[in-house]
Ligand binder design. Structure first.
Ligand code: PLP
Length: 427
């Protein structure tokens, strides 16, 4: 039998750090990453034959769980008809109509293959439309790894504690202004100083990539007003939050409409697909209608579109989908909080819809600065303890865990029981 250790050794000979995305490494928690061979519903099985209850969910896409039969059927059928044409297909329009049903402000959109591509294209469009150079982003928000956005970034960048990124020229980084999340005065100040040069503010309206951090009341509306008054665009990066709490995103729940929205993860149903879109007048600047160029050989790929369409249709077809998913998540979170209280472990649990983070922090986490007060060694102990009990969490304090529709009340009860046992050893 090949062990995870042996698989990692072989992988390390061909991949930097043995992985194809840094967040998959276990550097922050210790031990070897699990090499997966199979997923079914809420469970994954690694190559050592161990099965785990999965709260990583491929980092967000798998809201229906692994290998959902309807998604698999749609994917197989699409693959049999031909995996790619480089020509338009009807299903792309059907998917776009489904997306617009959920995000009416995405009057027109463009399908791409990754969240990185969506945000990168959205800020290019914002610069193209406004003729301005500067982008405002928030400390600890992650918008993929395009040069302009890889400044003070969250996710793996935060996990590794990297200050900046070699390879991103100073001249590019200088066009990205970084302010703390949830600090209205800080954004106002940036607009006072640079207002006429700011093309866009890009934000995770609920952050997931410094761990889950929700906006303070009125904060997103403030961003909306500030950008509108300054003639800058507001971009909601809902790659993670889209379809996580409702058939829509934070924009619907908070009643704030951005100019552009980026989606990914759930919208691709577990295949590489993402989207950016917004007001028709703005999207008219995208080639070939307009002059802002953006293209992709595999954009709107038929197999990925089939997975996305099957996922969204399944969700929309079930009125009980979100109420059930949210109730499951609430139960889990309440159980984890109670277990921590019982064993006097200081945690702050942040949740949005079906995503959550257990911060081992003494204070409320409202931005990246407070997120960083969390005790990452305590998190690592929690992570390893849970893994030993067969519960697979994201291997970093600064990430969101995901609950899927495949997680049952029994799974939740098991997870809470495991957490109690682990917390007891952590006192
Ligand atoms: C995951 C994520 C991205 C990047 O998407 P990729 O498909 O990994 O390129 C961008 N923004 C947010 C908010 C994300 O969570």
């Amino acid at each position: 039998m090949t062990t995870n250790r042996q698989a990692l050794e072989a992988a390390t000979r061909v991949f930097p750090g043995g992985v194809n995305s840094p967040v998959r490494a276990f550097g922050a928690v210790g031990g070897d990453p699990l090499f997966m061979v199979r997923g079914a519903g809420a469970r994954v099985t690694d190559l050592e034959g161990k099965t785990y209850l999965d709260y990583v969910g491929s980092w967000g896409p798998l809201i229906l769980g692994h290998a959902d039969p309807d998604v698999v059927k749609a994917v197989s059928a699409a693959a049999e008809r031909g995996t790619t044409f480089g020509a338009p297909t009807l299903a792309e329009t059907e998917l776009a109509e489904e997306i617009r049903e959920a995000f009416p402000a995405m009057e027109k959109m463009r399908l791409v293959s990754s969240g990185t591509e969506a945000t990168m294209s959205a800020i290019r469009l914002a610069r193209g439309v406004t003729g301005r150079p500067l982008i405002v982003k928030f400390d600890g928000c992650y918008h993929g790894h395009a040069d302009s956005l890889l400044v003070a970034a969250g996710s793996g960048v935060a996990t590794l504690g990297l200050p900046g990124c070699p390879g991103v020229p100073e001249s590019i980084a200088a066009n990205t202004l970084v302010v703390p999340f949830n600090d209205r005065k800080a954004v106002e100040k940036v607009f006072e100083t640079h207002g006429t040069k700011i093309a866009a503010v890009i934000v995770e309206p609920v952050c997931g990539n410094m761990g889950v951090v929700t906006p303070l009341k009125g904060y997103l509306a403030d961003l909306r007003k500030l950008t509108r008054d300054a003639g800058a665009l507001l971009i909601f990066d809902e790659v993670m939050t889209g379809f996580r709490a409702c058939f829509g995103g934070v924009s619907q729940l908070e009643g704030v409409t951005p100019d552009l929205t980026c989606l990914g993860k759930v919208v691709g149903g577990g295949l590489p697909l993402a989207v950016y879109g917004g007001k028709a007048k703005i999207m008219a600047h995208v080639a070939p209608e307009g002059k802002v160029y953006q293209a992709g050989t595999l954009s709107g790929n038929p197999v990925a579109v089939a997975a996305g369409l099957a996922t969204l249709r399944k969700i929309r077809g079930n009125p009980a989908f979100y109420p059930t998913l949210l109730k499951t998540t609430e139960k889990l979170c309440a159980g984890l909080e109670e277990a921590a209280r019982k064993y006097r472990i200081a945690i702050h649990l942040n949740r949005f819809g079906s995503m959550f983070t257990v911060f081992f922090a003494k204070e409320t986490v409202i931005d990246f600065k407070t997120a960083k007060t969390a005790d990452t060694r305590m998190f690592a102990r929690f992570f390893r303890g849970m893994l030993e009990k067969g519960v697979y969490l994201p291997p970093s304090q600064f990430e969101a865990a995901f609950v899927s529709a495949a997680h049952t009340d029994e799974d939740v009860a098991y997870t809470i029981g495991a957490a109690q046992q682990v917390f007891e050893t952590m006192r």
